[in-house]
Structure formats: structure tokens, C-alpha cells
Design a protein around this ligand. Structure first.
Ligand code: SF4
Length: 131
């Protein structure tokens, strides 16, 4: 009985740590349309999620896709996607697979935009006349 109780306490402690990490990870800014967006960065990309579009989403395909194709850094919190850790966690663990954007565009409410700058691309396009 005591062993079970100890485990119960430890689980609660882990839960509190997890909640704290969620709070740190939820970075917000105002979108151009005035809505709230959440964003985070991985090593070279920036993931931007328009949370207004998540309201009413029934698939949460971004989270499922992240778990299936990446390392599951996106988790569901209060019905919306959130990072499962702080900003350094996303940079360290994320693989930049783009699955969340793909899944959201095809199975969600088209809320995710990923900025993936390619250094030298503009110069290359200019040089080869493909602008
Ligand atoms: S799939 Fe798209 S719309 Fe649905 S919760 Fe994820 S980001 Fe939001």
C-alpha cells in the first residue's frame, strides 16, 4: 500500500513539472489578423501556429503527425497544440520533419506555417534567372 502511495505522489510531482514546462513553452504573439499565434523554433526553422484556427479542430492531426513522424515534441494542451518542453527542448529534440504543417494542412484547419529559410537561395535564383 505504501509503495503505491509513493508512486502516486511521484506521478503527481512529474505532472507538476510537466505543467511548468508547458507554461514555459507557450510563446505567443499577435498575428497580422489580430489573432493569437503560438510559435517556436527548431534548429533552422520557425513553426507558427494560428491558435484561432485550432478552435473547433477535431483531428489534432499536428500532434498525431508529430508523434508518428517525429519525436512527439508537440502535445495537446487545452485542446490546442503546445510544446512538450521549453524553447531549448524544441531546438534540441525537433528534427524539422515538417509533419505538423503537412498534417494540419491536409487533416486540420490549415493553422500551421513553417518558415524554413535557405541561405543563399535568393542569390542562386538571381544568378540563374529563376526569380
Ligand atoms: S491540426 Fe492544425 S488546426 Fe488542428 S489542432 Fe493542430 S494546428 Fe490546430
Amino acid at each position: 500500500m505504501n509503495i503505491g502511495r509513493k508512486e502516486e505522489l511521484r506521478d503527481y510531482s512529474d505532472f507538476k513539472i510537466g505543467l511548468h514546462r508547458f507554461e514555459i513553452s507557450r510563446l505567443f504573439l499577435k498575428s497580422r489578423e489580430g489573432g493569437v499565434v503560438m510559435h517556436f523554433e527548431e534548429r533552422t526553422i520557425k513553426v507558427i501556429i494560428d491558435e484561432d484556427k485550432c478552435a473547433g479542430c477535431t483531428t489534432h492531426a499536428c500532434v498525431a503527425g508529430c508523434k508518428l513522424y517525429d519525436r512527439g515534441i508537440l502535445v495537446l494542451k487545452d485542446g490546442k497544440p503546445a510544446l512538450g518542453g521549453d524553447t531549448e527542448y524544441a531546438k534540441r529534440v525537433g528534427t524539422e520533419c515538417l509533419a505538423c504543417e503537412y498534417e494540419c494542412w491536409f487533416r486540420g484547419n490549415k493553422a500551421i506555417t513553417i518558415e524554413a529559410p535557405i541561405p543563399g537561395l535568393e542569390e542562386y535564383k538571381r544568378k540563374h534567372g529563376v526569380l
